[in-house]
Write a protein that binds this ligand. Structure first.
Ligand SMILES: Nc1ncnc2c1ncn2[C@@H]1O[C@H](COP(=O)(O)OP(=O)(O)OP(=O)(O)O)[C@@H](O)[C@H]1O
Length: 605
């Protein structure tokens, strides 16, 4: 994301305020600030060149000529400490830069996309981690000479698996979050999703890892030079340690200077990183994140398929005039034993503009798999086993294709096909404000300026019945209720003025009164905009309330389809009757039946 919104500025200043309230952070910042100043100005401030030798005064104590005395060659300790600070800190930072430059992008790619790159990169990371660092550095020194720069670059490569594994596991932990799917459905590219939603998750661990890496690099570098493996012509804290150790009894100041510098630097880095992480995490309401619910296990579908009463599948009404035509769709997942588990079988239906089609069925009946096939959001290992999907007369999945081609579906998602998810809270990224999340797709997809997108988002929030849209624009997900979050997501879905909205159990996570409000809102918006709606639900009450036609699914198959009023009056299939009976036992649906009657114009006997 480029630029910064007022809310982001406020967030950043909040992090800074929390950081500055931590005394350890303030002390660390001060120490690192001084070290940084010495790194930049050291050689300018040094009274002598690092190799200038006052041969008449070796191992001299502090004096007006030599503030911290001299070493065994008569070189000024103060000057060498200043030169050494620059070399040590810059080369330590170089090591971290190399490690981050390799580990971070590799970890992001492997964690987000998985697949073959993940396998190969993980293998390389494991291989690098199994090599003993010191032995490799000794070999590099023997082969390429004592240059501290070369050894720090090599050490950076050796430490890159730390960043790779950290980033990869952080990304994997959020890859399945619903707000990542929501961003994808909103039409954001993978690159933008990674840059915006994923990098914010790895930021805090990477900061602390960077500080630790710089500290480790400084320590290892000092260790090698202490052993006499450094370049004696260049002053560094390690070469000073070596010199100091050889004269520890006669001139203890010689070892004290580099030891204090190393201790203060590594300590300050680690303390600052901890404080920064705390400050960042204090500001993130991550505790409210919810994970996607677990899917039914394999046994469920197989057992259910065995129980199934075979019913002739209704013929598709297909044709280019319809908004969506799903024809004979079958979806399956390859199993470890070589077989394929079929979770959707021979599903056909159509949706017209201005029509609400409900797909109803119990949990695991294949409703979401069908909806995700249209959205092109099936998991990577899912296969289209048969059938086709048309959107507005164009094949999204042509007969014979075994995947939903992303190049065809991705340009439609967030532009012509929108999605309203089941769990509103989990579909909002806790790191960003509502306004930011809604305006981002408008700016990316529709090229709106920041001010235009803002205006449009406020308008949309008002359209979906949010009372104070200006205020809501600046709120985070944890500051609004579930019903409000669902309204926000409906606003997001509407923002691109889609032809089709797929609403997956849009009211399931809400309480009863809010459910009714959200259904009213959806009905009202659908009538006003004339868009097609596919409503996925397990609740016949919702079907009766909102839909014109219904497709009843059981264990991956369509068992009945028809006008809502007809199906409610004369359910043909025992499963439909069972679903209706279970609804009627709860009483409230009688009112729904009446409403369905009004809505669809059907007459109940
Ligand atoms: N990634 C997957 N790998 C294997 N099987 C899966 C996967 N995702 C879903 N399934 C299976 O597909 C079947 C249909 O799932 P689907 O999510 O479409 O059901 P649903 O009717 O939408 O139910 P719910 O309302 O609980 O989401 C289930 O048995 C589920 O276990």
């Amino acid at each position: 994301m480029t630029g910064s919104s007022p809310s982001n500025d406020a967030r950043r200043s909040g992090v800074l305020r929390r950081l500055l309230r931590n005394p350890l952070a303030v002390v660390s910042l001060a120490a690192l600030g001084v070290l940084l100043a010495l790194t930049v100005l050291g050689p300018t401030l040094a009274p002598y060149d690092q190799n200038f030798a006052d041969i008449a005064r070796p191992l001299a104590g502090p004096s007006s000529d030599h503030l911290w005395g001299t070493d065994s060659a008569g070189r000024d300790t103060f000057s060498r400490a200043l030169y050494g600070t620059q070399l040590t800190i810059v080369s330590g930072a170089l090591c971290a830069v190399v490690a981050i430059a390799i580990g971070l992008p590799a970890g992001l790619t492997a964690g987000y996309f998985g697949g073959r790159f993940d396998t190969v990169a993980s293998w390389f990371a494991g291989m690098l981690m199994s090599l003993p660092n010191i032995i490799v550095l000794l070999a590099v020194r023997a082969a390429l000479g004592p240059s501290v720069w070369i050894s720090m670059v090599v050490f950076g490569v050796m430490l890159s698996p730390g960043f790779f594994r950290l980033t990869r596991s952080a990304v994997q932990s959020v890859r399945g979050e619903l707000y990542i799917d929501a961003a994808r459905v909103a039409g954001l590219s993978d690159g933008r999703i990674i840059a915006r939603h994923v990098v914010s998750v790895v930021r805090a661990p990477v900061i602390i890892q960077t500080a630790i890496t710089v500290g480790v690099a400084i320590s290892i570098q000092a260790g090698l030079q202490f052993l006499g493996l450094g370049d004696p012509s260049e002053a560094s804290w390690g070469t000073m340690l070596n010199e100091g150790f050889r004269n520890i009894y006669t001139t203890p100041l010689l070892i004290t200077v580099p030891a204090v510098l190393i201790g203060v630097t590594t300590g300050a880095l680690v303390l600052l990183a901890n404080a920064l992480r705390d400050a960042l995490e204090d500001g993130v309401p991550g505790a409210r994140r919810r994970r996607r619910p677990a899917r039914t296990g394999p046994g469920g579908v197989r057992a259910a398929l065995r129980r199934r009463t075979p019913v002739p599948v209704l013929a598709p009404s297909g044709g280019a005039d319809h908004l969506v035509v799903v024809d004979g769709l079958a979806v399956g997942y390859p199993q470890a034993d070589g077989s394929t588990r079929r979770v959707v079988e021979d599903v056909s239906f159509r949706v017209d503009r201005g029509e609400v089609l409900a797909i109803v069925g119990e949990s695991g009946s294949g409703k979401s798999q069908t909806a995700f096939s249209i959205l092109g959001l099936l998991p990577a290992n899912a296969e289209i086993l048969a059938g086709s999907i048309q959107f507005d007369g164009v094949h999204l999945v042509a007969p014979g294709e075994d995947r939903v081609p992303q190049e065809r579906v991705a340009p439609l998602r967030g532009r012509r096909i929108a999605y309203v998810p089941q769990e509103p809270m989990s579909n909002l990224d806790p790191n960003f404000t509502i306004g930011h999340q809604l305006s981002r797709p408008l700016r990316v997809q529709q090229g709106m300026s920041r001010a235009e997108a803002r205006r449009r988002v406020v308008e949309l929030l008002a359209t979906v019945g949010i009372v104070d849209p200006e205020r809501t624009y600046h709120l985070h997900a944890h500051e609004i209720s579930g019903g409000m979050a669902q309204r926000v997501l409906i606003a997001g879905a509407l923002s691109c003025e889609p032809d089709l909205i797929i609403a997956d159990e849009p009211t399931t996570a809400l309480d009863v009164t809010v459910q009714a409000e959200v259904l009213d809102l959806l009905r009202d918006l659908q009538r006003r905009t004339g868009m097609g709606v596919i409503l996925v639900t397990h609740n016949f009450g919702v079907v009766a309330d909102l839909a014109n036609r219904v497709v009843v699914m059981q264990t991956g198959r369509v068992v009945e389809t028809g006008e809502v009023g007809d199906v409610l009056r004369h359910p043909q299939h025992p499963y439909t009757r069972m679903l209706l009976d279970s609804m009627l036992e709860g009483r409230e649906p009688m009112t729904m039946l009446t409403r369905a009657d009004e809505t669809s114009g059907a007459r109940l006997s």
